[in-house]
Design a binder for this molecule. Structure first.
Ligand code: FBP
Length: 339
């Protein structure tokens, strides 16, 4: 039952515990919330208005851009530019850093986002999401922005979250003090606290991976798959395979029920040795959330939050979810490395 607590109220309560808080962080979140409502409105009537299909452009990832992806990107850039809390931002859809237009107030936060995650599902009315990750610049405010101000390891995030455009619209985030979920109540137009202090079960019974890439996986990855398909050992019954093809949706289901999401690297495309998913706008925010909920995230060997990005669109293999399941994955890859 929603507790009639809005995101802003929750943040203000949180802000009280942060000395020197200026309110800018809350303003940044308010623009994220407004962007989410505008995108939700467009997503919910996607079949009725001209937002399905492609724009005809190709993005920095080499992917064809979906109209709704482009719409979401424009909304986020426009709204976030006006929050007065940012030194700059970045998007999965844009090759370079997005600067705050001259004349608009700035601040010390840097936000990177995936405007619409799961874009391959948009036209089929399957749930999709927006992912965001927030850092504080390291260099003094009145100096030129440095790469080290935004190429920061995930453990330096001050907040991370996602908006899920599903049967209901939810906002789930952490500011480093546990994970909370808020559901949009369309009748009042507010995200209200519906899932306080989310914790992921230590072990799940679900594994999420696109097995279609089976023939492109290396031996340790096949051993990981075999582990989750096996019965006996610590499992009375086999795990269930659940794969929506939207990271936000697969992650959220596993956060609630327990389980592991996996996007291993594969040898389909030598230009993408690290797999498909992006470290800064997909893996690191999900890793921060899952660790705050009692789970783990790894690239197979390293803790995702310890990886220092070399560039904005760096890709990494991702294994994220229930602690026991991710530990097992790390065990298998580490043993293979030492063999
Ligand atoms: P986008 O952000 O471009 O949508 O890409 C990421 C994603 O769609 C994830 O949401 C999802 O987990 C994965 O790619 C699906 O990839 P695949 O179709 O290769 O299984």
């Amino acid at each position: 039952m929603a507790q009639q607590i809005t995101v802003t109220e929750h943040l203000l309560l949180h802000q009280k515990q942060v000395p020197m808080a200026t309110g800018r962080f809350t303003r940044l979140f308010n623009e994220l919330i407004l962007s989410a409502k505008i995108i939700q409105r467009e997503v919910s009537k996607a079949g009725l208005v001209d937002v399905l299909g492609f724009t005809g452009d190709v993005n920095v990832q080499g992917e064809e851009v979906k109209k709704l992806d482009e719409f979401a990107n424009r909304v986020l850039i426009h709204r976030l530019s006006r929050c007065g809390a940012l030194c700059a931002m970045a998007s999965e859809e844009n090759a370079d850093i997005i600067e705050i237009p001259d004349g608009l107030p700035t601040g010390d936060y840097f936000v990177i986002f995936d405007p619409l995650d799961g874009s391959s599902n948009i036209d089929a009315n399957v749930s999709i999401g927006t992912i965001f990750s927030i850092y504080r610049r390291k260099s003094p405010s009145d100096t030129r922005l440095l790469a080290s101000d935004y190429l920061q390891r995930g453990s330096d995030q001050v907040a991370a979250g996602y908006i899920l455009y599903g049967s209901s619209c939810m906002m789930v985030f952490t500011t480093g003090d546990g994970v909370n979920g808020f559901t949009l109540d369309p009748s009042v137009g507010e995200f209200l606290l519906s899932h306080p202090n989310l914790r992921i079960p230590e072990q799940g019974n679900i594994y999420s991976v696109n097995e279609g890439y089976y023939h492109y996986w290396d031996k340790p990855t096949l051993d990981v798959l075999a582990h989750f398909k096996a019965v006996g050992m610590s499992r009375k019954k086999p795990c269930s395979l659940r794969y929506i093809g939207s990271l936000v949706s697969d992650f959220h289901r596993n956060l609630v029920y327990g389980g592991i999401f996996m996007y291993p690297s594969d040898n389909r495309d030598p230009s993408k040795p690290g797999g498909k998913l992006r470290l800064m706008c997909e893996a690191a925010p999900m890793a921060f959330i899952v660790e705050q909920a009692g789970g783990l995230a790894t690239d197979g060997v390293r803790r995702i939050l310890d990886i220092v990005p070399e560039h904005l669109h760096q890709r990494v293999p991702l294994f994220v979810g229930s602690r026991f399941d991710v530990e097992k994955v790390r065990e298998i890859y580490t043993a293979a490395q030492q063999a």
